[in-house]
Design a protein around this ligand. Structure first.
Ligand code: GLU
Length: 619
């Protein structure tokens, strides 16, 4: 259904702002249709800084900060904090994420790993029902104190501002506080997401009070104004005292009490699942980590991503190394051929992800080898250019490879997907040429369902990203103090040492394929960035069937992939629901001289995003 309500109000607010300041671009639209589609992609071209997010309030917050003289990092924190207000079921200070930054002065990409962490007392059988010895149903795992990881988002903002920011935390939180106090108009999606979570929210009093305030605990009505004084106060408090006030002291104690005393049901199918074991020490010990980015060169483009604990950088990078072997741009008129290779490459890379990738502080991850072009070349041997391989395909041997095609396949990998499909992503650039790509999440829509009383934010359920069943061979097994493997793939691409493109997406493990497919669309199929982002998506994560949007399955190339190559497709979800969509990406592409930015957001997925620039034309 079309987004009116909340987004409509936000559009009005931002346009009013553009009129009074004359500095914002109106969100222009471009017809970016592929194969006769007529989707309108929000696109803004211009100078002085740009932003793309899923939400106009968040994009407007970033523009406000850029206009005040802030840089891309300040603006990214402002946008992320605003998303914590307007998209509280996807992101906020109760969660974690990965921050990738291109520093124009140093001409260098750096990253921060702000992933949630398992408490020191995390049991390895946390998600196993003692009565049946089987994992709890996923909804019960996800709605529980035990699923809450120590949040990493507050530490990420603090670290990013400390390393690269120019404004204080308090200044960057101002726009979000304004939105929380002024409120936003509830739209159909917010109401729908609330209702979909009703059974998960009801057991928690503070969540009920905040998100189900109506008579009979109804969700906020479409058209009503939703304010969140509690999150405004929490942001004020953190702005004044710094993020230590999150990880120590009264707020930390409240988080611990909320997690440990969370209601739970011993009935195997009744919500919620077990209470948590987090302590004040776990919070006090948390650190956002400075990380070296992953890097591969793909057809002359330098692609930088997130190293483990996310599997994003290694999996996107390995798939690109595999694809580099084939001269895809040469056959771009044969779109099915290009897409066949894309689907086969991701299956192979996902097999290796399953075998090798976990938190490198706990398991040995062969990151360098997974990203070695020689390994990619050897893995490319597994692709039959004419026929889809039977899935799951086997993992490779990152300990023994030479780039030749004579290896016997190893044992079949059985990839288990433990991730959910909700998160958010934002892309920001500034007038100095700095770029931020930031993906943040509280895991699934509505996180754990647990609001910290009086604080206005939901705690994550990120620990469900661990494999629920413990196995010594599994790099993503539960271990105390460990970060669950993520798929988040914030990516910055340089060409001749200058930013060319920054992009990322939500979508659980489909994040990896969304980022990859958008790159292939842009680089190999020669689409514009608007077209590349809007094009129908398909995701092959080493499973028997390819998950695809209906428009992909119905397109001539989709039919060709099925009939000519033997790919089997499963629709991504029931038509008309958000599950039918894969990802909700944001991107900014830069002109060759680096001066002009093209910010692009989703035309329809998640109701469409918002792309803005500071100066639509050069003064
Ligand atoms: N928890 C997932 C991850 O870290 C993200 C969830 C999503 O994008 O929907 O990869």
């Amino acid at each position: 259904m079309p987004y009116l309500g909340r987004r409509f109000a936000a559009v009005t607010a931002a346009l009013a702002m553009s009129v009074t300041t004359g500095a914002l671009s109106s969100p222009a639209s471009a017809d970016s249709g592929q194969d006769g589609e007529t989707k309108k992609t929000p696109v803004a071209k211009g100078y002085g800084g740009a932003v793309s997010t899923v939400d106009l309030d968040a994009s407007a917050a970033a523009i406000e900060v850029l206009r005040k003289g802030g840089n891309a990092v300040d603006a990214a924190v402002a946008a992320a904090a605003t998303l914590g207000v307007t998209e509280p079921y996807s992101a906020g200070i109760g969660g974690g994420g990965y921050f990738v930054y291109y520093d124009a002065k140093k001409e260098k990409v750096s990253t921060i790993d702000g992933r949630e962490t398992a408490p020191a007392a995390m049991p390895t059988d946390a998600f196993i029902d003692p009565a049946t010895k089987e994992p709890y149903p996923f909804r019960k795992q996800a709605t529980s104190g035990i699923s809450v990881g120590v949040p990493g988002t507050p530490a990420t903002w603090e670290r990013a501002l400390e390393r690269w920011g120019s404004m204080s935390l308090a200044e960057t939180l101002e726009p979000a506080i304004d939105v929380a106090e002024r409120g936003f108009v509830v739209d159909g999606t917010f109401r729908q997401q609330t209702l979909e979570n009703k059974d998960r929210f009801l057991p928690f009093e503070a969540t009920r009070k905040l998100f189900l305030p109506g008579p009979d605990n109804d969700a906020p009505a479409v058209g009503s104004v939703f304010t969140n004084e509690d999150i405004a106060d929490t942001y004020e408090h953190l702005g004044k005292h710094g993020m230590d006030a999150f990880y120590e002291g009264k707020l930390a104690e409240e988080i611990v009490a909320t997690v440990r005393n969370a209601p739970s049901s011993t009935d195997p199918t009744t919500l919620p699942g077990p209470a948590g074991v987090m302590t004040a020490e776990d919070l006090d010990d948390y650190k956002a980590l400075d990380q070296k980015p992953t890097h591969v060169n793909y057809r002359g483009f330098d692609v930088y991503g997130m190293a483990p604990s996310s599997s994003g950088g290694t999996t996107v990078g390995e798939a690109l190394n595999i694809l580099e072997v084939f001269d895809l741009p040469d056959v771009k008129e044969d779109r099915p051929a290009v897409l066949h290779h894309y689907l086969e490459a991701t299956a192979l890379a996902f097999a290796d992800r399953g075998k090798y990738v976990g938190d490198p502080a706990f398991v040995k991850v062969p990151t360098r080898k997974l990203l070695d072009p020689v390994f990619g070349k050897e893995r490319a041997c597994e692709i039959d250019p004419l026929t889809a391989a039977k899935k799951p395909v086997a993992a490779g041997d990152a300990g023994d490879y030479d780039g030749t095609c004579d290896r016997e396949p190893a044992a079949l990998a059985d990839e288990k997907d433990t991730e959910n499909i909700n998160t958010t992503n934002l892309t920001v650039s500034d007038k100095w040429g700095n770029v931020v790509e930031y993906t943040l999440t509280i895991e699934q829509t509505g996180g754990s369902g647990i609001v910290v009383p009086g604080r206005g934010f939901i705690l994550n359920n990120e620990l469900t990203d661990f494999s629920p069943v413990y196995s010594e061979e599994d790099p993503n097994r539960i271990q105390p103090g460990k970060r669950p493997r993520s798929s988040m793939s914030p990516t910055i691409v340089l060409k001749d040492d200058e930013p060319f493109l920054a992009l990322g997406s939500p979508g659980g493990s489909t994040i990896i394929t969304t980022v990859l497919q958008t790159l292939i669309n842009r680089i190999d199929l020669g689409m514009t960035i608007e077209e590349a982002l809007a094009a129908p998506r398909a995701s092959q994560r080493n499973t028997a069937n390819v998950t695809a949007e209906q428009a992909f399955i119905d397109a001539p190339y989709g039919k060709d992939l099925a009939t000519r190559y033997g790919h089997n497709f499963t629709p991504a979800g029931t038509p008309g629901t958000s599950a039918a969509e894969i990802g909700a990406a944001t991107a900014i592409e830069f002109s060759e001289d680096g001066k002009k930015a093209t910010a692009v957001a989703e035309p329809t997925r998640r109701g469409g995003g918002s792309a803005l620039v500071v100066e639509p034309s050069r003064k």
